[in-house]
Ligand binder design. Structure first.
Ligand code: BG6
Length: 299
């Protein structure tokens, strides 16, 4: 792995972009500008934190998160790719694909004319990933940090055959109390209810939480808004190139079994994932690029 000193020499900007070692062999890019702050782990290309300047954190990172090479970090914005959830046929392949547990290479880091900071990273694939997913594709991510957080996940089919992917930006949002928030944007949308054995239901009104929730809302390109009276704020989740929205909270018992969610950690988080999953897998023609974009803001 490239050392933090080498990365600092290539990408550091004093007072703006710093490279830091979170744990042994585990580097992160830290961004500070006049509009916001963020940090991004090179493993998984995983945004770990983001807050607009002077505001409470918007992205949730578990207090019990562990930084272990090859293990997904609990919180932030894990990248699920090139499949979402369990592998379609092989149970020993990693859940949510391999992009979230592999090293990504920083490609560029710069200050934008409007005061935001731009980062570009590329997934480093290897023999194992090629054996698990034998297709020619390049995965790039662009991150723009400011008073909003914009993430673009770009899949380029570099081969001569069409490819099919599932994907998600599996974002953990920080909230006051899962029992007191509600979420707008999914009224009348059909969802696959994983807690009810995969049955299909239709959302009526706002989404509220009173127990384990694990749903894939399909055929929806709508913005979602988390209404959080406890923190006196609304988080807007705007997206493009995404036709599914996954909503997840493990609730008490499942969280306790997971070990890295922290004592009562489930109360302070909700995952709202901009995805292409289940009915909405994406086919990409040779030499074409598919782009999934999210922009998070606080109202
Ligand atoms: C969600 C899935 O996207 O991710 C859930 O719908 C899953 O079924 C959750 O439990 C967390 O997955 P993991 O692999 O990070 O524990």
């Amino acid at each position: 792995m490239t050392s933090v000193a080498d990365l600092t020499a290539r990408f550091g900007i004093p007072g703006r972009i710093a490279l830091r070692e979170l744990a042994d062999g585990f580097a992160a890019i830290e961004v500070t500008n006049d509009r916001g702050t963020a940090s991004v782990a090179l493993q998984g290309g995983q945004v770990l934190t983001w807050a607009p300047r002077g505001a409470e954190p918007v992205i949730w990172l578990s207090r019990a998160a562990t930084f272990v090479p090859g293990k997904s970090i609990r919180g932030g914005v894990p990248v699920c790719w090139p499949w979402f959830g369990p592998h379609a046929t092989l149970t020993d392949y990693p859940a949510h694909g391999f992009a979230r547990t592999l090293p990504w290479e920083p490609i560029a880091a710069s200050e934008m004319p409007d005061g935001r900071t731009h980062l570009a990273l590329r997934l480093i694939q290897n023999e194992k990933t090629r054996s698990q997913w034998p297709h020619a594709a390049q995965l790039d991510m662009e991150i723009r940090v400011g008073e909003t957080l914009q993430i673009d996940l770009c899949t380029r089919n570099t081969g001569a055959e069409p490819i099919v992917i599932g994907e998600a930006l599996h974002t953990y949002f920080s909230i006051s109390d899962i029992r007191r928030i509600s979420m707008q944007g999914l009224d009348k949308v059909v969802y696959i209810d994983k807690v009810a054995g995969g049955s299909r239901q239709q959302q009526q009104g706002a989404v509220v939480f009173a127990g384990e929730t694990d749903r894939i809302y399909i055929d929806t390109e709508a913005d979602c808004v988390i209404d959080d009276p406890g923190l006196g704020r609304r988080i807007r989740i705007a997206k493009r190139g995404s036709r599914s929205t996954v909503v997840w909270n493990p609730w008490h018992d499942k969280a306790a079994r997971m070990g890295d969610l922290g004592e009562d950690g489930y109360l302070g988080m909700v995952c709202v994932e901009s995805a292409n999953a289940a009915d909405n897998l994406v086919s990409i023609a040779p030499q074409q690029v598919h782009r999934l974009t999210v922009e998070y803001s606080v109202e």
